[in-house]
Design a protein. Structure first.
Length: 687
């Protein structure tokens, strides 16, 4: 045996030297003594013998390590038992041997799944002549009829472990098989048959398999119980995935949740398949296109059907994919095929239509707002793990692409208006992505100069407008404190640099060229003036949060003017507010209070701190000077803060319109007259 020395091989010589491996030298006496001691009784090696090698037989590996088979022992894993059983029934339906499945949650906690398929074989197994095929399937891992395509052309089961795992993890499981006009029954406890297969008698109007089981509390905990709402949702989704099956749901009334949303009985049959599923999921959500792109191909390259439904909405999208009716929440190759075919189809149609902007579109731009359902039936699929969360079959991507490509091209060509809207929408997403990337690049390159781009929005994590708040703050330092003080789930921060444009006296050209106003309009998303759309407003409250001084009041006035002139209806609908930050902090010993202004400070000094020693009075120069905890406590926490709602006085001339025109318009004489009329209220300021 020889080895190539790496130093010679990579030294750059014309030929590498090859040296033989020499036999090791004979061990010295001391080494031999050490080796002898290591093998003596009582050493680590001697304590680890063949007797320590444990062989788990039957279903014992499942009970020892349930996480390897169902992903854990929590509630989600327990419901996976139902998935395994109903998947077997669905395989019978997809194969054309069953047209209904019954799911019943009984008062004692048992769950029963019944189909009218062929029924599990009950004759003696050729290899295990002393046991029926039913008992072999129920008590032996990797036993089943889905290892080749003779019995099932497509199926969700691959490894022959599904129903045997359910048996292993159930304290009791009962199987009834109606086959050849005879009814058979066998009972199991924790994976072991309690007795032999029994022939109950003749039946003339029944066929198929019924599996009734109770999850083992030793595995899932003493309070293990099925959630009716979750079971109902899982059963309904199966009916959507195969239009040829009817799923009948029943639940004992004593187990129903109190919210009244889960019925005691229901029947699910959806001939429209995934299109019905998607339409039901989206409800009244606003769509980019008037029509849903949906279709189905029956046979592809020797495999089963491919079905899809896609619609684009104004919010975040989702993709729910399935392979042989098995949910694949982590996606896989079939989802990759969907992304590719939709992206290529849109770009090709845009090129033909002369839209050159679509050249920059990538799959993320197409899918970010796409809500899609995809179901594929293929022979011998490959999944990642026993729980089958991700499809790994490479051919699935090609199957999906070839199935959808022509249909998508036809759909775009037959609906040119929808196609144009969709392309414009996707191009806008691409522009937004490129803009964000450019902002990140500028931030990265300018980090040493601490440059903050104007209009940099730190958005909240929730997508709906209900409960969401946008704080408009002045300056980077105030923005930094506000970002740390906010509730990230529902509060967004938009810092502005200095005083914004006075829109009441500026022309439209100046207004449209102003970056800060452009950023503000984009952040709100509702448009301006006649194009204002209440339903598109991204936040329930828009809160102006400026410093508690004269400059802050001026900035707030400029912002209120902007909203009054450009988003009149936003104020009418009650969305605009002013935050009330403190100007002073008063402290005496452990007691702390905050004052909004001089008058409030004097009130607190007289009422709360009178005659109790020295009071430390701190004046905040601005919001950026406040600690995030102070800003949260005084101004941003809904439980403690004070907000002033901005309203419109509709009184002619003397109302809001007159005030805005006089104070913010381009007529100096009106402002001069306003000052003269109120001169009596002015006081000398000791500056």
């Amino acid at each position: 045996m020889q080895r190539i020395m790496s130093d010679d091989l990579f030294s750059g010589g014309a030929a590498a030297k090859v040296r033989p491996i020499r036999s090791p030298a004979r061990p010295k006496a001391a080494d031999a003594l050490s080796a002898a001691k290591a093998a003596t009784p009582g050493s680590a090696e001697a304590s680890y013998t063949a007797a320590d090698i444990e062989v788990l037989e039957g279903l014992e590996p499942v009970r020892r390590r349930p996480g390897m088979y169902i992903g854990g022992t929590d509630e989600k894993a327990m419901h996976h038992l139902f998935a395994e059983v109903i998947d077997n029934a669905m395989d019978e339906a997809v194969a054309g041997h069953a047209n209904f499945i019954e799911v019943a949650l009984e008062a004692d906690g048992y769950l029963a799944v019944t189909d009218n398929g062929r029924g599990i074989p009950v004759d003696p197994h050729p290899k295990y002549t002393n046991r029926s095929a039913l008992e072999v399937i129920m008590t032996t891992l990797h036993a089943g009829g889905k290892f080749d395509s003779k019995v099932y052309e497509t199926s969700g089961g691959l490894h022959g472990v599904g129903v045997s795992v359910v048996n292993a993890l159930s304290s009791r499981l009962e199987v009834e098989v109606a086959r050849n006009r005879k009814l058979y029954r066998q009972v199991y406890e924790r994976g072991h048959a309690v007795g032999p297969l029994e022939e109950i008698g003749e039946v003339h109007n029944r066929r198929g398999t019924k599996v009734r089981f109770l999850p083992d509390t030793q595995i899932f905990g003493a309070n293990a119980a099925f959630d009716p709402a979750r079971l109902l949702q899982m059963a309904r989704s199966k009916a959507y995935l195969f239009g040829g099956v009817e799923i009948r749901w029943a639940c004992d009334p004593s187990l129903l949740p109190a919210d009244g949303k889960t019925p005691a009985r229901a029947t699910f049959h959806f001939p429209g398949g995934l299109k019905d599923y998607l339409e039901g999921s989206l409800g009244d959500e606003q769509r980019v296109t008037s029509q849903t792109f949906a279709g189905r191909t029956e046979k592809v390259s020797g495999h089963g059907a491919v079905e899809w439904a896609v619609s684009w909405t104004g919010g975040d999208g989702f993709v729910r994919s399935y392979c042989n009716t098995i949910p694949t929440p982590e996606g896989g190759t079939h989802e990759a095929g969907l992304r590719t075919v939709l992206t290529r189809g849109l770009k090709a149609f845009a090129e033909v239509s002369g839209n050159k902007k679509a050249a920059a579109v990538i799959a993320d731009d197409v899918m970010i707002s796409a809500s899609a359902m995809l179901s594929i039936f293929i022979r011998e699929p490959e999944f990642v793990g026993q729980t089958k969360d991700r499809l790994a079959t490479a051919e699935a991507q090609r199957i999906v692409e070839s199935s959808i490509r022509d249909s998508f091209d036809i759909w775009l060509a037959s609906s040119p208006q929808d196609a144009a809207r969709l392309i414009d929408w996707v191009v806008d997403r691409a522009d937004e992505r490129l803009r964000r990337r450019q902002e990140k690049e500028v931030n990265r390159k300018s980090a040493t100069r601490k440059l903050r781009l104007p209009g940099k929005l730190s958005d909240c994590s929730q997508t709906g407008a209900a409960g969401a708040e946008l704080f408009i703050v002045e300056g980077d330092s105030a923005g930094g404190s506000a970002k740390q003080a906010r509730d990230r789930a529902r509060q967004a921060i938009l810092p502005l640099r200095g005083k914004i444009l006075n829109v009441a006296s500026a022309g439209r050209e100046k207004l449209s060229a102003n970056q800060q106003i452009s950023d503000l309009i984009q952040a709100l998303g509702c448009g301006t003036r006649a194009r204002y759309r209440e339903e598109d407003l991204r936040y329930e409250r828009v809160i102006i949060m400026t410093d508690a001084d004269v400059d802050g009041a001026h900035i707030a006035s400029l912002l209120i003017t902007f909203f009054y002139q450009e988003m009149h209806d936003l104020i009418r609908q009650g969305h605009l507010f002013l935050a009330v930050p403190p100007l002073y902090r008063l402290a005496q010993g452990g007691k702390v209070a905050y004052a909004r202004d001089d008058k409030d400070r004097e009130r607190l000094m007289a009422k709360e701190f009178k005659g109790k020693g020295k009071v430390e009075v701190s004046r905040f120069k601005g919001l950026g000077e406040m600690l995030p905890s102070q800003l949260k406590e005084t101004t941003m926490d809904p439980r403690k803060r004070t907000l002033l709602q901005v309203a419109i006085d509709e009184t002619p001339e003397s109302g809001t319109a007159g005030a805005v025109d006089a104070l913010m318009g381009n007529r100096p004489d009106a402002r001069f007259r306003f000052i003269q009329e109120r001169a009596a209220f002015a006081v000398d300021l000791d500056v």
